[in-house]
Ligand binder design. Structure first.
Ligand SMILES: NC(=O)c1ccc[n+]([C@@H]2O[C@H](COP(=O)([O-])OP(=O)(O)OC[C@H]3O[C@@H](n4cnc5c(N)ncnc54)[C@H](OP(=O)(O)O)[C@@H]3O)[C@@H](O)[C@H]2O)c1
Length: 308
């Protein structure tokens, strides 16, 4: 008799990271179900999750749903902020509740978060143990999102909980590179403002590998900084991406334009940055395939790259 495939349930798994993760999980022999607002052969709705609970044989639950903060068509109104908050916090709570009620528990609950948890600074260095989560909308969002993944004591001893505070995920198939590709390709790309702000980043392949490493490595639990070990500035990113595309990349994007387009609080993701170190991630034995920005940008410059 063929072995029953283990199922991984991904809330918000239809997006940029979720699609790359789903492909990688399938190639490793897992069965993937996605909790989505849209119907699909592998999808279940959030209402179905609430009514029927986790699918059979569920070994891992991953929370990565979230309204795109940088939707250019949406103004940064209180209503949109509520949408950004609810799409992360309420969905993560729904997954935690499904784990709580499951007769057979999954081995692990992984929830995404962001480096926006840490206060932007030109001098501070942040590891997973550093304080944060309490100074602006995005940091409080990260804190609430992380808290939403807490499990009651009845399951916290049997279900490992991992939180990945992700930097900007770089890959050709989506995210920031998707927005920057054509401006850089036509030679009008460049740093944001002075470009001196830190630029915490991770290659999509490493993000996917880190999630799977957490799933498959018993000793991994708690908060992990999902950022590459090389600390760079925004200007260094722009130079590396320009070089990878054989284009100049020195036309700066003025801060005030981004502030006007996105509002200052939201634009801060680009106009300011944090120096984030993946201390626990490395201590727990994770090996980055793309530890430096040059190899990352090179892979993001080609449509042939495997994260499609
Ligand atoms: N990409 C990055 O650089 C980065 C960095 C740090 C953190 N993160 C976080 O990691 C997660 C995944 O990132 P991603 O780049 O893969 O995001 P993405 O491509 O925008 O996908 C996120 C998914 O969330 C679901 N979603 C969107 N709006 C929603 C809403 N209002 N209510 C419920 N679900 C909603 C969508 O699934 P359906 O349409 O199928 O429902 C979508 O496929 C996000 O929460 C993001 O904030 C990403």
């Amino acid at each position: 008799m063929a072995a029953v495939k283990k199922t991984v349930l991904i809330g918000g798994g239809s997006g940029f990271i979720g699609t790359a993760l789903t492909n990688a999980l399938k190639s490793k022999g897992y069965f993937v179900r996605i909790v989505s607002r849209k119907p699909g052969p592998m999808n279940l709705s959030w209402t179905e999750l609430e009514k029927r609970g986790l699918p059979e044989n569920c070994t891992a639950v991953i929370s990565m749903a979230g309204q795109n903060v940088f939707d250019v068509w949406r103004r940064w109104t209180p209503g949109f902020q509520q949408n950004v908050w609810a799409s992360r916090v309420l969905t993560t709570r729904a997954l935690a509740a499904a784990i709580k009620h499951a007769e057979v528990k999954p081995k692990i609950f992984i929830s995404m978060s962001g480096v926006g948890y840490y206060k932007p600074s030109d001098t501070e260095e942040y590891t997973e143990d550093s304080p944060g989560g309490d100074f602006d909308f995005l940091s409080r969002l990260a804190k609430d999102w992380e808290d939403a993944s807490k499990l009651p004591s009845s399951c916290s001893s049997s279900v490992r909980r991992v939180i990945i505070r992700s930097g900007i995920v770089l890959g050709r198939a989506g995210g920031m590179i998707n927005n920057l590709y054509w401006p850089f390709y036509f030679g009008v790309g460049g740093p944001v403002g002075t470009g001196q702000q830190f630029f915490p980043w991770i290659h999509i392949q490493d993000m996917v590998d880190l999630i799977i490493y957490s799933m498959e490595t018993e000793k991994v639990s708690g908060v992990l900084n999902g950022v590459a070990p090389q600390v760079i500035t925004n200007k260094q990113f722009a130079q590396a991406f320009g070089k990878a595309l054989w284009r100049p990349a020195f036309i700066p994007v003025p801060r005030f334009i981004l502030n006007a387009a996105f509002s200052e609080e939201r634009a801060m993701i680009m106009t300011e940055g944090q120096k984030v170190i993946p201390k626990r991630t490395l201590e727990l034995g994770f090996k980055f395939k793309f530890p430096d920005i040059d190899s990352t940008c090179k892979s993001c410059s080609s449509v042939m790259y495997a994260d499609q």
